[in-house]
Design a protein around this ligand. Structure first.
Ligand code: HSE
Length: 432
C-alpha cells in the first residue's frame, strides 16, 4: 500500500510535537489510518536537521511539492498561513491546520476553495487543543440538534482565574507565569481579552449550528477587569468565575459571546481549573455532554493534528477495508490479551447515598467499607434541606476491586438508616 506523504509547515512547539508523535506512534497510527504516514517534507524558516526528510526554508516549496498529499499548516498567523493554505489547495493538497485565527477569520474562503478542488480541510487542533471536540460535535453528536454550547476554551485565562481564586495572586503575576509555561499566545492580549476564545467559539458555533464563520460578529470581553475581590465574593455566593465562550441558538438567531461568567461551583465545568479546557454541549437528543482535557501544549495539540492526518489519510485510501477502524486483534501479539470482567476491575469510587440525619450513620457506613478493605478518601455531608430528615452522604473511596465494592454497597443499602440505592460512579485519576 502506498504511504500517505505529508508536509509539515512550521516546526515550533506544535510542529515538533506532531513530528515526535508521528515518529513515536507510527505503527499504531498506520494501523488506524490504513497506510503509513510519512513526513516527507518540512518547511521551517530557520531550517532543521532531520535525517531522511526534505527540509525547505521556503515553506511555499512544501505547498508546491508534487509528492505531498497533505499539507500540515502549523506556522500560525493569518497572512502567510492563508496564502500558504490557498496555494496548497490550488495544488490539490488536503489541509490539516491547528490555526484557529486562520479558520475563524478566513475559513469561509478557505472552505470554498477546498470544496472547489475536492480536498479536505481539517482543523480539530484549532479548538481546545487535544480535546476532540470538533469530531465529537460533527460525528458523535450528529444525530442531535445542538441547542447551546459553553466552553472554557482558553487555558491561559483559566489558569489566571484559577490562581487568583486559589492563591489570591494578582493578574499580571499569573499571566507572566502562563507565558513562561508556553500557554499564552504570542500576543497575550489574545488570551486575556478573549480574542483567542472567540476564534475558537466561532469555529465551534459554525460546526454546531451549520452557520458560516462570523468572527466579526462575536461579542468579546476579556478578564482583565476581574479582581481578587470579585473572585472572593463569587466564592462566598457559591459561584466560580470562568471565562466562557457561549453559543446558543434561540428562536431569533444565534448568541455568540465570550465574557467572564459566574457559574454555580457545583457545575463540573466550574471545577475545570488551571490551563485545562472543557466544553459543554447540549444536544436535543443526548442532553448536556462535557468534554475536558488539555487545551494547549505540544503533544496534546499534536494529538489532534495527527488525528486529522489519520482522518484525511483514511479518505484517501482506495480500499474500503481500510476505512473501518483499526482493531488491535489484527496484531497477533494482542490476541491472547484477556478482557477482564467488570467485577475484577479496580477503580476508586464516588458513592452517594441518602442517609438519615442522626448520629452513628456515618460510622456504620464507614465500618462496612472498612470491613471490605476499602478506605475512605473524602466525605461530604450536606446540611439537610428545610423539612428533610435525610441528607446526602457522599464518599470518595480508595481504589477497590469492584466485586468487593458490590458486597459493601449491598450491605450499606441494607441499613435501615440508608434510603434507596447507593449511587456509584467509578473514579479514575487517569494519571498514569
Ligand atoms: N493561548 C491558547 C490558550 C493556546 O491559552 O488556550 C491554545 O490555543
Amino acid at each position: 500500500m502506498n504511504p500517505v506523504k505529508i508536509g509539515i509547515c512550521g516546526l515550533g512547539t506544535v510542529g515538533k510535537g506532531t513530528f515526535d508523535v508521528l515518529t513515536r506512534n507510527g505503527e499504531e497510527i498506520a494501523g488506524r489510518a490504513g497506510c503509513n504516514i510519512v513526513v516527507s517534507h518540512i518547511g521551517a524558516r530557520r531550517g532543521a536537521d532531520i535525517s531522511g526528510v526534505n527540509v525547505s526554508t521556503d515553506i511555499f516549496a512544501v505547498a508546491d511539492d508534487p509528492e505531498i498529499h497533505i499539507l500540515v499548516e502549523l506556522i500560525g498567523g493569518t497572512t502567510v498561513a492563508k496564502d500558504l493554505v490557498l496555494q496548497a489547495i490550488a495544488n490539490g493538497k488536503h489541509i490539516v491546520t491547528a490555526n484557529k485565527a486562520l479558520i475563524a477569520e478566513h475559513g469561509n474562503e478557505i472552505f470554498a476553495a477546498a470544496s472547489e478542488k475536492g480536498v479536505s480541510v481539517a482543523f480539530e487542533a484549532a479548538v481546545a487543543g487535544g480535546i476532540p471536540i470538533i469530531k465529537a460535535i460533527r460525528e458523535g453528536l450528529s444525530a442531535n440538534r445542538i441547542e447551546w454550547l459553553a466552553g472554557i476554551i482558553n487555558g491561559t485565562g483559566n489558569f489566571i482565574l484559577t490562581e487568583m481564586r486559589e492563591k489570591g495572586r494578582d493578574f499580571d503575576d499569573v499571566l507572566k507565569e502562563a507565558q513562561e509555561l508556553g500557554y499564552a499566545e504570542a500576543d497575550p492580549t489574545f488570551d486575556v481579552e478573549g480574542i483567542d476564545a472567540a476564534h475558537k467559539l466561532v469555529i465551534l458555533a459554525s460546526i454546531a449550528f451549520g452557520i458560516p464563520l462570523q468572527f466579526d460578529k462575536a461579542y468579546t470581553e476579556g478578564i482583565t477587569k476581574i479582581s481578587t475581590e470579585d473572585v472572593e465574593y463569587a466564592e462566598q455566593l457559591g459561584y466560580r468565575i470562568k471565562h466562557l465562550g457561549v453559543a446558543r441558538k434561540n428562536g431569533k438567531g444565534v448568541e455568540l459571546r465570550v465574557h467572564p461568567t459566574m457559574i454555580p461551583e457545583k457545575r463540573l465545568i466550574a471545577n475545570v481549573n488551571g490551563v485545562m479546557n472543557a466544553v459543554l454541549v447540549k444536544g436535543d437528543a443526548v442532553g448536556p455532554t462535557l468534554y475536558y482535557g488539555a487545551g494547549a501544549g505540544a503533544e496534546p495539540t499534536a494529538s489532534a493534528v495527527v488525528a486529522d492526518i489519520v482522518d484525511v489519510a483514511r479518505t484517501l485510501s482506495a480500499e474500503p477495508k481500510h476505512r473501518v477502524p483499526y482493531l488491535a486483534f489484527q496484531n497477533d501479539a494482542m490476541n491472547d490479551t484477556p478482557i477482564l470482567p467488570i467485577d475484577e476491575v479496580e477503580t476508586a469510587y464516588y458513592l452517594r447515598m441518602s442517609a438519615e440525619d442522626k448520629p452513628g450513620v456515618l460510622s456504620e457506613v464507614a465500618q462496612i467499607l472498612s470491613n471490605a478493605g476499602i478506605s475512605i478518601e473524602a466525605i461530604i455531608q450536606k446540611e439537610p434541606a428545610e423539612g428533610q430528615d435525610h441528607v446526602s452522604l457522599i464518599i470518595l473511596t480508595s481504589r477497590a476491586i469492584e466485586k468487593n465494592l458490590d458486597q459493601a454497597t449491598d450491605s450499606i443499602e441494607a441499613l435501615d438508616s440508608i434510603a434507596g440505592e447507593v449511587t456509584r460512579i467509578r473514579v479514575e485519576s487517569l494519571a498514569g
